[in-house]
Ligand binder design. Sequence first.
Ligand code: GUN
Ligand code: ZN
Length: 451
Amino acid sequence: MNAQTSTAVRGHVVTVVGDPFLNGDEAVLVEHTDGIVVVEDGVITAVGPYAELRSTLPADLAVDHYPGAIISAGFVDTHVHYVQTGIIAAFGAQLIDWLNEYTFVEEQRFADRAHADRVARVFFDQLLANGTTTALTFCAVYPASVDAFFAEAQRRNMLMIGGKVLMDRNAPAGLLDTAERGYDESKALIERWHEVGRSRYAITPRFAPTSSEAQLEAAATLHREHPTTLVQTHVSENTGEIAWVRSLFPDRAGYLDVYDNAGLLGPGTVLAHGVHLTAAERIRCSETGTAVSHCPTSNLFLGSGLFHIHQAKSGRHPLTVGLGTDIGAGTSFSLLSTMNEAYKVAQMTQYPLDAIKMFYLATLGGAEALGLADRIGSIEVGKDADLVVLDAAATDLLRFRQETVDSLEEQLFVLSVMADDRTVAATYVAGALAHVRDGERHDGATAPTTR
Ligand code: GUN
Ligand code: ZN
């Protein structure tokens, strides 16, 4: 499970080491056309051109060589529900009806540990097949669903973050806890899983409509008592939802103020969606260090609206933003497919979102949103060796399209628009090979060859 020895991955190393929205693309893009990433005990100890580093490498170092393939930091999914893996593509409803008709029905199945274990295995397989090495994840209301999640994360040595959903109203009785019980169960789960191996816990009030003020305050108290945990919830996804929050919390200035008043904003808090945040709410997120997860496939699927990435990332109060798949309202586990939809959503807001910025959002931007940029999100010495190997010629059409590509930026853009899990040749977790594309383990062109 753990890569306890030295190993290396060789190929076209491409990584984004800063925020291109703030610094410009050129300043943050690092590439080594024939590069190598050297790993010891799961941590990157050297990265650079193979020709330069070659003489420093031990003669017996195992090198997985992917000629021509892009080696990127593993993708970071800043918002996903593992317990909704079984309801992707549920027809015909927008947010609140979708929750009632599909989500709350499916999530009740997670009282059964065997069901949770089975879905967790499928979920983690899908993450790795899509090159995702870290995800901030909603479990269900049942502690057993959280145990299943972290047990699987530990088995795979992945840096994963998850938490028990808190809901004490406006959901079926079988899914409800109370402010006190939610606090107690979350606390016990923090003690069991937080910072055990690579796991981190996220305190998880579902969203304002399903938590009383007392529950939101208990969640904030728990976070203050365990300040290295994260907080995850949803905000301003759908206009009907926003109107409902106004009627449930008439004393609050708006949706974000419900969380602000409870003490839930700050670094380490990730708000999913934020499609309809007002200018004042965006400023409040920026000044408190609260991050937003942009989930374009979900926003399109549920008809929620168009997130304005340019608004979020520009001006005097830029936000920390990552990408989220939001499975099961989202329609793909692939952060590449998510980039594709993010590009189109940005086009609808008159902003051409380029590939460097999209790769940033899917890697380092996500890591920054999770407060984990010191560990993951880019290929730099000292960070964990969570890597994805992308085969830019994975399909006949991609191979054909590559013939007319003449810059790295263009190649990355083509990948972001056309690629999916077929493009993921391999995924490494802490330096260990964790996924190899089907059928290519032994003889495929992009299976690793030694040196
Ligand atoms: N808001 C509250 N719960 C959910 C959920 O499960 N999915 C989405 N997309 N939005 C939510
Ligand atoms: Zn969600």
